[in-house]
Design a protein around this ligand. Structure first.
Ligand SMILES: Cc1cc2nc3c(=O)[nH]c(=O)nc-3n(C[C@H](O)[C@H](O)[C@H](O)COP(=O)(O)OP(=O)(O)OC[C@H]3O[C@@H](n4cnc5c(N)ncnc54)[C@H](O)[C@@H]3O)c2cc1C
Length: 1002
């Protein structure tokens, strides 16, 4: 291990708001300054706070001194860093749960602290914030605001750098250096610097300084303790939950003594409710307890009725450092709101001061008093200027919600979005990686707010990994990046997002997470990337919850949080009706338009049945690879792909008698595959493969993806052959990264190169999506342009891989024409949705069903059902002015599992089938639903949930009796397996749809 040292005047420990503020102030006063942070800037509490620039209103009764500091700093920060602040204003509201006696104390406190306060009529409040509880009786306006702490710390660090400071991230202080290091003695008299470990280079760095500022927040006691300075910091954990959208545009505070879950802050595109306050023993190891999330939701519901049923994005927690002085000689120099400790006076150890506690709102003031003390210690007088000089780029004024969009419109960067949720562009990401030297994708997130929206990185994680690798590949020193480093960066970030999703995974967010699994497992095969599973720069997970849910009992929780939910009996949001009414219906009604539903309809129509298919939307064909995976891995945790799906299935059905494959013969699976191959060929889109061997095709990450049937457009990519391939992408297409794909393929022993083409006609396009490319490839001119850009670059190449965009309708012709012009086999590689190759399969099946006389209606969601005894008599969908009944002799449920919306999961741990309210066999306790790691090879138990069903695929009740005699389940609606981990999604859909479609036609 290499070691080196740095000499400086002042060493600042901690890259949060306080540390970066101190570094800026020191540098502006002319001190030679080095700041060290053990991870990225804002990795600590600053990056995990609530997002509120306090007016001080919250503290006027409890802590008037803190309130005064807040309003003073509020005014200063608005001037020096408006770009970090959205001037939302704040309401203090009195709900029916709050004590009206607090109001006069609040108003008087505001007056005393100098906080402007104004009464707002309830009608006006509701005009401005229509979702607020109309039972709110009083409302007051104060100058609260929403603030971006990531940007704030970055700008303070930038300003510090501009004044000569050095900012060293991923430098962890191992221990303070003291005079005891040079001479033996009982206890140190002076701190002389710190021994740090550079986590990126994996080497130690000794930093020698005249003075150390310990600005490490909740870790301040650990740092001080390394020089035997006793400092007790108690960590107070606070949990927050981000909701899916801007429920409110104003900061909403309850008008009462500060408590849990009483503030909603609009932050960029979302709203954040919080916080709790729980003492913990270790700032690095703590859990987000289920009760904390529930409490936030319950309290949110008092402010905004319906809040607890709204979609959540994630939960996170930060730690407040609570200073506890156990020494008699208390040398706290400033107010109770923050703590500045002069260790020379307090402990007899010179060369170090500690600044801790306080608030983000007061970080600048904390820095100012700290640097004043440093000046005093070093016998120099240098006035503070941080309250006078704005941070870099402050000239544009306050941040506004529409600001990012306006910039994208003026830059015409519509096609450059890498994160659609947060409007982060290619240029933003490149800037974060190159100029700001992001070390991890999480660093990029903090810089450009990427991966923080509804899909929590579902799409942008892949793209950023591709950009990271592309930029590393183009390094001027000619060094080749190790693809394993990109792979681990991708895995680390997926895990980082998973960490915050875990506490809120039910309802829509659980469905979203399953979609992310579809992308990363089924399409990208990311769980089989070469390289380590995690890196030392990866996220620390929250600890396991303590099981409080169990202690108070799920029943108690249900009653406490959802008094309207019955404790027993069936819960059905769908009105059941006795009997049904309506016109003459089809023989068979299929509910759900994914592969399973379409195959059922196709088979039944082929047998002469009158078919109607109703579907809310299209199924996973639009998202998947466009291949038919029958069984790729068995057992699921086997790292090696199955060579023969047939052999795997025979083992699987022995081990898992409830698996859907256990109810079909292998011959039936084979017949279904052959029939599907025949119908695809009939539509000019042949599929190839059989049950005896899986293809190994490249994924858009360069992993080897096992699949049973592949379209002709993909099979030349077969990785069982070793002929060299060129993987080609397009500069303007952000869903495909040839360098990453090729390097991963090469890393696994096959010969591959990547090439990104910059085709002139694509430069003119506002968007270059898969759909745009697919339609361009259907034009002769574009194909010619493509061929002429590529032709001269094929030396030493035997085949060419492209994103799966070779036309929607004429892909075989297009492929053959390209092959003849390039003189080489061409193949497609599926990537992010929309899946052009999947849509081709969808389209041909819909055409075939309709050709056979079946009717397919999309945009129709099954909302209620009619039953008569053990017969389903009707299914109702919503029409313009009424419920539309659909009556049939037989009903087929093909709504998919959690992914398709066919199953629902509630936060109290209950799961159910969505249309007929069939019970599902899933773990009762939500804590047993998931593994710790997103990509855990065993899969997450919740995704194996499903109803019990008979051998003929009719649902069974708890006693093993048929629930309905004329209802059948197919595809994902069967559950009882994890098709994404097994890579059996399309195989199960096809086989069960085929069998049921034929059976019900008899
Ligand atoms: C739940 C919660 C919500 C909050 N909400 C608000 C709010 O809405 N408004 C507001 O004004 N305030 C809020 N606060 C308070 C505010 O977040 C903090 O006061 C502020 O962020 C503290 O900043 P800091 O720089 O002192 O600490 P931190 O941000 O924790 O910075 C300390 C840094 O030291 C680093 N470090 C630790 N050990 C080492 C080591 N060995 N070597 C190198 N570096 C090390 C850490 O990684 C960390 O980045 C909230 C606090 C909590 C807990």
């Amino acid at each position: 291990m290499n070691n080196h040292s740095i000499d400086t005047e002042i060493l600042v420990i901690g890259g949060g708001a306080t540390g970066t503020g101190v570094a800026r102030d020191l540098a502006m006063r002319g001190f030679k300054t080095v700041l060290v942070e053990k991870a990225d800037l804002t990795h600590g509490t600053t990056g995990r706070y609530h997002g509120l620039l306090h007016s001080g209103g919250r503290y006027v009764v409890k802590d008037p001194q803190a309130a005064k500091e807040c309003i003073e700093e509020n005014r200063i920060l608005r001037k020096i860093m408006p770009q970090c602040i959205e001037d939302t204003g704040g309401f203090f509201v009195l709900t029916p749960w709050d004590d009206p006696g607090y109001i006069p104390r609040f108003v008087e406190g505001c007056h005393k602290a100098g906080i402007p306060v104004e009464s707002v009529p309830i009608t006006q409040m509701l005009r401005e914030e229509p979702l607020l509880n109309p039972k709110i009786s009083h409302c007051y306006y104060v100058p609260d605001a929403s603030a971006d702490s990531f940007l704030g710390a970055d700008l303070n660090a930038d300003s510090a750098r501009q004044h000569g400071a050095q900012i060293l991230t991923y430098h962890k202080v191992i221990r303070l250096l003291t005079d005891k290091d040079q001479q033996a003695g009982d206890s140190p008299r002076r701190v002389t610097g710190a021994l740090c470990h550079d986590l990126v280079k994996d080497e130690d760095v000794a930093i020698h300084a005249d003075m150390v500022v310990n600005a490490s927040g909740a870790w301040a006691g650990i740092i001080a303790g390394s020089a035997s300075i006793p400092l007790t910091i108690i960590s107070g954990k606070g949990t927050m939950v981000a909701m899916n959208h801007r429920i409110v545009n104003t900061v909403i505070n309850r008008c009462k003594m500060p408590s849990d879950g009483d503030i909603i802050v609009p932050a960029h595109t979302v709203s954040v409710i919080g916080t709790t306050d729980v003492k913990i023993s270790d700032p690095d190891h703590f859990a987000i307890e289920p009760w904390e999330v529930h409490l936030c939701l319950e309290e949110g519901d008092k402010l905004v009725p319906g809040f607890k049923d709204m979609r959540m994005l994630r939960a996170w927690a930060g730690v407040r450092p609570l200073y506890q002085e156990s020494q008699v000689s208390d040398t706290r120099d400033v107010t109770r709101a923050f703590v500045l400790l002069d260790h020379e006076r307090r402990d007899g150890v010179a060369g170090i001061v500690t600044i801790t506690s306080g608030k983000w709102t007061t970080y600048r003031k904390m820095a100012e008093v700290t640097v004043d003390l440093v000046c005093q210690k070093l016998n120099t007088q240098r006035p503070c200027r941080t309250h006078l000089e704005p941070l870099p780029d402050a000239s544009h004024g306050h941040h506004t919600l529409g600001g990012k969009l306006a910039r994208i419109e003026s830059d015409q960067a519509y096609g450059q979005l890498i994160c659609e949720c947060e409007l982060a562009t290619y240029a933003d990401v490149t800037h974060a990686i190159v100029d700001r030297q992001a070390r991890t994708i999480d660093d990029v997130r903090r810089d450009v707010r990427l991966g923080m929206g509804p899909c929590q990185g579902g799409f942008c994680t892949y793209r950023v990994a591709g950009i990271l690798h592309r930029l590393a590949s183009g390094q001027t020193d000619g060094s080749k990046p190790r693809v394993e480093e990109t792979n681990v960066a991708l895995r680390d970030f997926l895990q980082e997002r998973w960490k915050g999703l875990l506490p809120v995974l039910w309802g829509q967010q659980l469905r979203q997470e399953r979609l992310d699994e579809l992308i990363y497992l089924d399409v990208l095969n990311a769980d089989h990337l070469p390289g380590p599973l995690s890196s030392r720069l990866g996220p620390e997970m929250y600890a396991e919850p303590s099981g409080l849910e169990d202690k108070i009992g799920i029943g108690d929780l249900r009653v406490r949080l959802h008094p309207q939910i019955p404790d027993s009996g069936s819960l059905s949001p769908l009105p059941f009706r006795e009997g049904g009414s309506g016109g003459i219906g089809p023989d068979i009604l299929v509910i759900g338009g994914g592969l399973a539903g379409l195959v059922t309809a196709w088979q039944a129509a082929r047998n002469g049945k009158k078919i109607r298919l109703v579907t809310k939307g299209w199924g996973t064909l639009h998202w998947g690879s466009g291949c038919v995976d029958v069984l790729g891995y068995f057992p699921m945790d086997n790292p090696d792909p199955l060579q023969s799906p047939a052999a795997g299935i025979s083992k699987l059905v022995r081990d898992h008698p409830n698996h859907p494959y256990a109810s079909v013969d292998i011959d039936q699976i084979e017949t279904a595959l052959e029939a599907f191959k025949a119908v695809s060929a009939q539509y000019g889109y042949p599929l190839h493969g059989d049950l005896d061997r899986n293809w190994l095709l490249p994924s858009a990450l360069g992993t080897f993806r096992p699949t049973c049937l592949a379209p002709e457009t993909m099979i030349a990519g077969d990785l069982r052959l070793s002929t060299p391939m060129l993987v080609v992408g397009f500069e303007q297409f952000n869903d495909f990264y040839p360098e990453l794909i090729a390097d991963n393929i090469a890393c696994q022993g096959r010969s591959a190169r990547g090439l990104t083409l910059d085709i002139p006609s694509l430069r003119q396009k506002r968007f270059v999506t898969g759909r745009v490319l697919a339609s361009l490839f259907e034009s002769t001119e574009f194909r010619q342009e493509f061929v002429s850009s590529l032709k001269s670059r094929l030396q030493g190449i035997s085949r060419v891989g492209l994103p799966a965009v070779l036309g929607l309708n004429k892909s075989i012709e297009i492929k053959r024409e390209l092959e003849s012009q390039l003189g080489l086999p061409v193949f497609e590689i599926p990537s992010l949705s929309p899946s052009i190759s999947g849509i081709r399969l969808h389209n041909l099946l819909v055409q075939e069903v309709e050709r056979l006389g079946g009717r397919v209606y999309d945009g129709m969601q099954a909302l209620s059902v009619g039953t008569q005894g053990r017969q389903v008599s009707a299914v109702y969908t919503e029409a313009a002015a009424r419920m539309k009944p659909h009556q049939a002799q037989t009903y087929v449920l093909a709504t998919g599992g959690l992914l398709g919306g066919g199953f629902q999961a509630e936060y109290i741990g209950r799961t159910r089938e969505s249309v007929f309210d069939l019970p599902l066999n899933s773990p009762d306790d939500r804590s047993a639903w998931f593994q710790d790691r997103f990509l855990a090879v065993q899969g997450h138990p919740i995704f194996q949930a499903g109803p019990a069903f008979a051998g003929d695929f009719r649902p069974l009740d708890g006693e093993g009796q048929l629930v309905y005699e004329n209802l059948f389940l197919v595809g994902g609606a069967l559950g009882n397996c994890d098709p994404l981990r097994e890579r059996s999604l399309e195989g199960i859909a096809l086989a069960t749809g085929y069998v049921v479609g034929n059976q019900i036609s008899k």
